[in-house]
Design a protein around this ligand. Structure first.
Ligand code: OGA
Ligand code: MN
Length: 264
């Protein structure tokens, strides 16, 4: 059975600082994530953000929601920018919006350091990180898609952090990731530094893909993650979807981008 490489962010504690939110050595974490991206295209980062930061981010998102600062999310970009609640049901606010609290800037600064470490290792030309809060009302999800727009390949690496305080399997809302079959990982973690895929404890499970809609799904396996307890990082070219949630679902979705001629 295919398992997803997992890192435990607590391994990257930097003992030279003391605040819980600041204990991560983002360079070391980013380098470990880069190794997994290179080998597997995806990586689950357990326990990051740390619980205290997750709570602050969730409070910030709830405040923005109360202040009606969340907007209906769109599909596509520029001329193809459409509001399609049948495709995605989340309401969003960009983390660089002045209405966000200071914790949003803390999050962006952490991801900027992780991005730099990934880029130093993989030479992807990642020059920036953008992210938005997302609240999915009960009864909504996000249909199968890629984060790379058809007309722009600026988004290279996707990073999603989960802000839910509790979540049960019956609540739905899993992130389903479609992984191409036959990478060289053979389903086991060979890189030694991983906390080696204790599948159930990290909320990860996998099943074989099926050829249900005529697409080439027999070349694909899927992994499903409950939206709690960490962050997911994957190549933006990979297809994924958010299964319908049966309670309100909070997350941050972000993208490490490279500059392209059509970027702006
Ligand atoms: C997205 C997305 C996944 C998630 O916002 O593009 O795929 O688990 N989010 O929230
Ligand atoms: Mn997506």
């Amino acid at each position: 059975m295919r398992t997803l490489p997992t890192l435990d962010a607590r391994v990257f504690a930097d003992s030279s600082t003391s605040r819980e939110d600041e204990v991560t050595d983002f360079t070391a974490l980013g380098e470990a994530v880069a190794a997994h991206l290179e080998a597997h295209g995806a990586c689950w980062i357990a326990h990051w953000p740390p619980p205290a930061m997750v709570a602050r981010l969730r409070e910030d998102l709830e405040r923005l929601q109360t202040d009606a600062a969340l907007g209906e999310a769109a599909v596509g970009r520029l001329g193809t920018h459409l509001r399609r609640s049948d495709v995605r049901g989340d309401r969003t606010c960009w983390l660089d919006d002045p209405r966000c609290g200071t914790v949003a800037a803390d999050y962006l600064s952490a991801l900027t350091r992780i991005r730099a470490a990934i880029d130093r290792r993989l030479f992807l030309g990642l020059v920036e990180f953008e992210a938005h809060y997302a609240a999915y009302p009960s009864g909504t999800g996000y249909a199968r898609h890629r984060d790379r727009f058809r007309d722009s390949d600026a988004r290279v690496v996707s990073w999603v952090s989960y802000l839910n305080a509790e979540w049960a399997a019956a609540d739905g809302g899993a992130l389903r990731l479609y992984l191409p079959n036959g990478d060289n990982s053979s389903g086991d973690s060979s890189s030694g530094d991983s906390s080696s895929g204790n599948v159930s404890s990290s909320g990860i499970s996998s099943r074989d893909g099926s050829n249900h809609d005529g697409s080439n799904d027999d070349a694909v396996e899927t992994i499903e993650l409950a939206p709690i307890g960490g962050s997911m990082c994957f190549l933006s070219e990979l297809e994924h979807e958010v299964l319908v949630a049966h309670r309100e679902r909070y997350s941050i979705a972000g993208w490490m981008r490279r500059r392209t001629r059509d970027a702006f």
